[in-house]
Design a protein around this ligand. Structure first.
Ligand code: ZN
Ligand code: ZN
Length: 127
C-alpha cells in the first residue's frame, strides 16, 4: 500500500500500487505550478482512495488536463488528463520509503536555465 498526503493533512490518500518510476517534467506549466519541476509517479484513478479530501481542489490548467492541490497548504499533488484512466501523483507527497526510482525527464527543451540535468538520466525533448 502506497500512502501520501499534503503538508497540512487536509488531503491524504492511499493506493495499492503506483508505477515504480518517477517522471520529471520541465515544462513551463509544471515549473510555475510546482515552483521548480514536477516529479510524479502514476496510478489508476479508480484505485485511488482519499482518506481525507477536505482540502482537495482541482485547477483546470489547460483544455486537456487539471491539477489537484490542497487549498489549505498549497501542496501540488495530482495531474490528470481529462480522458485519462490514470492519474499523476506527486512523488514528493508519498510516505518513505517509496521504493521509486527516477525514470526520465520530459519537456527538457523547456527546462529552466538555472539548473542541470545529470547526463546519465534519460532526457526527452518533449513527451
Ligand atoms: Zn494541505
Ligand atoms: Zn509539465
Amino acid at each position: 500500500m502506497v500512502k501520501g498526503r499534503c503538508d497540512c493533512g487536509q488531503v491524504s490518500f492511499e493506493i495499492d500500487t503506483v508505477r515504480d518510476t518517477v517522471t520529471v517534467c520541465h515544462c513551463s506549466k509544471c515549473r510555475r505550478l510546482s515552483g521548480h519541476v514536477w516529479a510524479s509517479t502514476h496510478g489508476q484513478f479508480e484505485k485511488l482512495k482519499f482518506t481525507n479530501s477536505a482540502g482537495l481542489k482541482w485547477y483546470i490548467s489547460s483544455d486537456f488536463a487539471k491539477r489537484g492541490f490542497c487549498q489549505d497548504c498549497g501542496a501540488n499533488l495530482f495531474y490528470r488528463q481529462n480522458d485519462e484512466a490514470g492519474i499523476g501523483i506527486a512523488a514528493g507527497c508519498l510516505d518513505a520509503p517509496t521504493g521509486l526510482k527516477l525514470g526520465k525527464h520530459i519537456f527538457v527543451k523547456d527546462k529552466g536555465d538555472y539548473y542541470l540535468i545529470p547526463d546519465e538520466e534519460i532526457q526527452i525533448e518533449r513527451y
